[in-house]
Each structure stands twice: as structure tokens, then as C-alpha cells.
Design a protein. Structure first.
Length: 116
């Protein structure tokens, strides 16, 4: 059974930092690409950052230069370091693994709120 558990969200002032963690179980973590998505009220879920099994990364334009995704295969954990946070980064952040071409697994989400 695949499980993804996010942590690290919270309330922070604009300009501050948070680090999100996503711990995975039930999969051979090292062979899968992992992603962080976010969704705010009234908006579609969007990809924030992704990292391949080889460590290649890509980012949404809105977070480039501020967010960094990384992974620790030994701990089966993917991280999202978020710096210079802005109020528009406020959202529920989800961890994702594309298990097969038709199967995605999601965590329960962790709330990030950035006050101005």
C-alpha cells in the first residue's frame, strides 16, 4: 500500500521560509520521480516542482529561484525548501508520485499560509 505523508506546513510572514517533507512508504522510492503540487481555493492544482529518480529537477516559473526540491532515497523522503515566500504561495501543498501511466498517489496535503 502506497502512502505519502506530508509535513512542515504552517503560517509564515512574507519573505520567510518553510521546508516541506514528504515521507513515502510502500514503494521502491528511489526509482520514481516525485512532485510537489499546490492548490488554493478556486484554482486548479498546479505543479510546483518535480524531481526525477536521477535527481533532475524542474520548477514552475512562479517559484524558480525561490524553491528547491530535493530527495533523500535512504530516508524515502522528498523535500521542498521554500524561501522568500509570498502571499500568493498560500495553498495546500501535496506530494505526488506517478506510480504508473494511469495511477497517481497523493498525500493528504499540508497547508502553507503566507501573511503579508
Amino acid at each position: 500500500q502506497v502512502q505519502l505523508v506530508e509535513s512542515g506546513g504552517g503560517l509564515v510572514q512574507a519573505g520567510g521560509s518553510l521546508r516541506l517533507s514528504c515521507s513515502a512508504s510502500g514503494i521502491i522510492f528511489s526509482i520514481f520521480a516525485m512532485g510537489w503540487y499546490r492548490q488554493s481555493p478556486g484554482k486548479q492544482r498546479e505543479l510546483v516542482a518535480a524531481i526525477t529518480s536521477a535527481g533532475s529537477t524542474n520548477y514552475a516559473d512562479s517559484v524558480k529561484g525561490r524553491f528547491t526540491i530535493s530527495r533523500d532515497n535512504a530516508k524515502k523522503t522528498v523535500y521542498l525548501q521554500m524561501n522568500s515566500l509570498k502571499p500568493e504561495d498560500t495553498a495546500l501543498y501535496y506530494c505526488n508520485v506517478r506510480y504508473t501511466s494511469v495511477t497517481d498517489y497523493w498525500g493528504q496535503g499540508t497547508q502553507v499560509t503566507v501573511s503579508s
